[in-house]
Each structure stands twice: as structure tokens, then as C-alpha cells.
Ligand binder design. Structure first.
Ligand SMILES: Nc1ncnc2c1ncn2[C@@H]1O[C@H](COP(=O)(O)OP(=O)(O)OP(=O)(O)O)[C@@H](O)[C@H]1O
Length: 251
């Protein structure tokens, strides 16, 4: 497997355990959706994977190597994270933001022709070519979100980690983004709140519940009425007779 989490636990300093005993092996090219209730630990799990937070026990390994034994730029060349934009990003133009994705690859201060081409392609893929000179502050929420994805693509990673990438996107742009993510041939690990979207998109769903893996596997085995009722503390009904599962939820 490309990425292996072995008995990983995490807690904030002095705080209660947020993630406990997480073991996963993610093969190259797999598209993984992480689902679960608010506070289940989805974003915390992603932060361990893109090496922002260190597990308190267990290891996260990339091709057998503990990611904490790799240096920062090496991790950044191999794992890119798409997060919500930061306030400091807002004054930058789209092409500057996307250019930041090339930083871990640059040897000197100069941006090469190849870097330019890679950034142009990433902006093109995300439908941002016409917005290249615009400051992020002037863009709509969806356009900003697409700029953050373009930056990650410019990083040319092996693993793309995304935290709620469909936030702010209208339904067409949600479908387009998920379709694009599938065509990249990358290993994709993303949190998704929309269960129908997750079921239609991911090869594999990891359903978290109170910091532990409640279910892990193909959408049809994970998205059962029983699992969803437990994970979200609701009454779930799943109609699995069609091409895609249909969900019906009530309290
Ligand atoms: N740095 C931190 N310090 C204290 N508590 C934290 C920290 N990071 C996360 N937590 C707590 O850990 C739990 C899981 O948070 P996390 O953001 O991973 O959940 P999530 O599943 O992504 O939730 P949501 O769907 O609401 O985004 C929450 O109770 C949160 O308050």
C-alpha cells in the first residue's frame, strides 16, 4: 500500500483522545471518502495524513517510511492538501496562489518555464484561466475553492487530501470537481458530508464514529442503514435497489 496508518491515535495537548487505534492501508490510485458526524474526527485524521499533526501513538507510513522521518518539502512534493483558504491568501492573485504549489519543487528563486506550464494546466483544469490575475478576495466562494484545488494540482502530488472540497460549490461544480478528481489517477482521500455524493464518487468509504473506524469498505457495504444510524445517531433507511443508494433519514 502507498499509505499505511498503523494503530494511530491522536489527542490535542492535554485534551481527550480524538482518534483512537486507526489502522488503514490505502493502495495507490484509490479514491477514498471519509464520512462521519460533526466531531467524529475526519479533519483530524486528514491532518495526520498530510503531516500537520503528529500521532501520539502509532505511525503513518508512506511507502514504508514514517512520514515524520521525511523532511517537509519531500512530504509536500508527495502529499498535497486542499483546505479552506486562509485570510493571508486573499491578497494574492489566483496565479500567485497556484504558483505556491510549485514551491516544494523549486531549486532556486527562479520560476522555471515548466513551473509556469504546470500552473497554467492546473488553472485550466479548474476553469480558472480567465481569473488568473484576479485577487482571491474578489472571487466567489466556489472560485476560491477551485483555486485551492488548482494549487494542490500544481504541487503534482501522489496523494491528494481534501477537506470538504465541495463546500461552496454549486451542484454542477461539485459533480465536475469529483469527476475531475477521479480522472487524475492520483490517490485521493477526501472528507465528504454529502453521503449520496460520497457513495457515487468513492471506491471506498471510511466511516468514522467518535474517533474510531465504524466501517471501512466499498460504499455498498459501509453505507448500510445500521452503520449510518449509529454514525449519525438517526434513523436511516437505505434503498439499495437502484444504481446508486437512496437515503432517507429522520430523527
Ligand atoms: N486542536 C484541537 N484542540 C482541541 N480539540 C480538538 C482539536 N482538534 C480537534 N479537536 C476536537 O476533536 C474532535 C474532532 O474534530 P474534527 O475537526 O476532526 O471533526 P470532524 O469530523 O472533521 O468534524 P466536522 O464534521 O464538524 O468538521 C472535535 O470534538 C474537536 O473539537
Amino acid at each position: 500500500a502507498l499509505l499505511v496508518l498503523d494503530q494511530v491515535s491522536w489527542a490535542p495537548r492535554g485534551g481527550a483522545t480524538v482518534l483512537q487505534g486507526i489502522s488503514l492501508a490505502i493502495p495507490e490510485g484509490q479514491v477514498v471518502g471519509i464520512c462521519g458526524a460533526n466531531g467524529a474526527g475526519k479533519s483530524s485524521l486528514l491532518r495526520l495524513i498530510y503531516r500537520y499533526q503528529r500521532p501520539i501513538s502509532g505511525t503513518v507510513r508512506l511507502l514504508g517510511q514514517d512520514i515524520w522521518a521525511l523532511d517537509g518539502p519531500e512530504v509536500a512534493r508527495r502529499i498535497a492538501a486542499v483546505l479552506q483558504e486562509q485570510p493571508s491568501d486573499l491578497e494574492l492573485t489566483v496565479e500567485q496562489i497556484v504558483g505556491l504549489g510549485r514551491l516544494p519543487h523549486q531549486r532556486g528563486p527562479r520560476i522555471s518555464q515548466r513551473d509556469h506550464e504546470i500552473c497554467a494546466k492546473a488553472m485550466e483544469q479548474m476553469g480558472l484561466a480567465a481569473l488568473a490575475k484576479r485577487k482571491l478576495a474578489t472571487l466567489s466562494g466556489g472560485e476560491r475553492q477551485r483555486a485551492m484545488v488548482a494549487r494542490a494540482l500544481a504541487q503534482e502530488p501522489e496523494i491528494l487530501v481534501l477537506d470538504e472540497p465541495t463546500n461552496h460549490l454549486d451542484i454542477r461544480h461539485q459533480l465536475e470537481l469529483l469527476a475531475l478528481l477521479r480522472t487524475l489517477g492520483l490517490t485521493v482521500i477526501t472528507t465528504l458530508h454529502d453521503l449520496s455524493m460520497a457513495a457515487g464518487f468513492a471506491d471506498r468509504i471510511i466511516l468514522l464514529h467518535r474517533g474510531m473506524v465504524l466501517a471501512d469498505g466499498p460504499p455498498e457495504t459501509v453505507m448500510t442503514a445500521e452503520h449510518l444510524s449509529t454514525a449519525f445517531d438517526i434513523c436511516a433507511h437505505v434503498d439499495a435497489t437502484g444504481a446508486r443508494p437512496r437515503f432517507d433519514f429522520h430523527l
